[in-house]
Every structure is written in structure tokens, then in C-alpha cells.
Write a protein of this length. Structure first.
Length: 77
């Protein structure tokens, strides 16, 4: 039962990450900002292997920033 729940959570996060990558790819921002956002998504993906809940929280925070038009500053990582 717990394994099924974990698999469901992984599938849900994977779908959300896929949507996030698509959204980032379509943003009207500089290439540098797009790369920084893509790197953040890759870090979240890697974190999901060890901390699914933490990765989900990080993705929520990143998506909230995007919703509110907050993007990384150019020249910073």
C-alpha cells in the first residue's frame, strides 16, 4: 500500500516537472534566465530521488515565483 502511494506521488511530481519544463521553455525571457530556471528544475528532479516531499515543495515555490513574474537575476545562479 505504501509503495503504491509513493509511486503515485512520484508520478504526480514527474507530470508536474514535465509541465514546468514546458512552461519554462515557452517563457519570453533571456536564454540565460531560461537556463537558470532549467537548472533549478534539474536540481528539483535530482532531489526527488531522496526527498519527494521536499522536491514537491521546491517545485511549488518555483512555480509560485513564475506565476508572480519573479525570475532569477541575470548573472546569478
Amino acid at each position: 500500500m505504501e509503495r503504491e502511494r509513493q509511486l503515485t506521488l512520484y508520478a504526480s511530481l514527474a507530470a508536474r516537472l514535465k509541465q514546468a519544463h514546458t512552461r519554462v521553455a515557452g517563457l519570453q525571457v533571456s536564454e540565460e534566465i531560461r537556463v537558470q530556471l532549467s537548472r533549478k528544475l534539474l536540481v528539483i528532479t535530482a532531489a526527488a530521488k531522496h526527498d519527494l516531499a521536499g522536491a514537491a515543495r521546491r517545485l511549488d515555490a518555483l512555480m509560485k515565483d513564475l506565476d508572480e513574474g519573479r525570475f532569477p537575476d541575470q548573472g546569478s545562479s
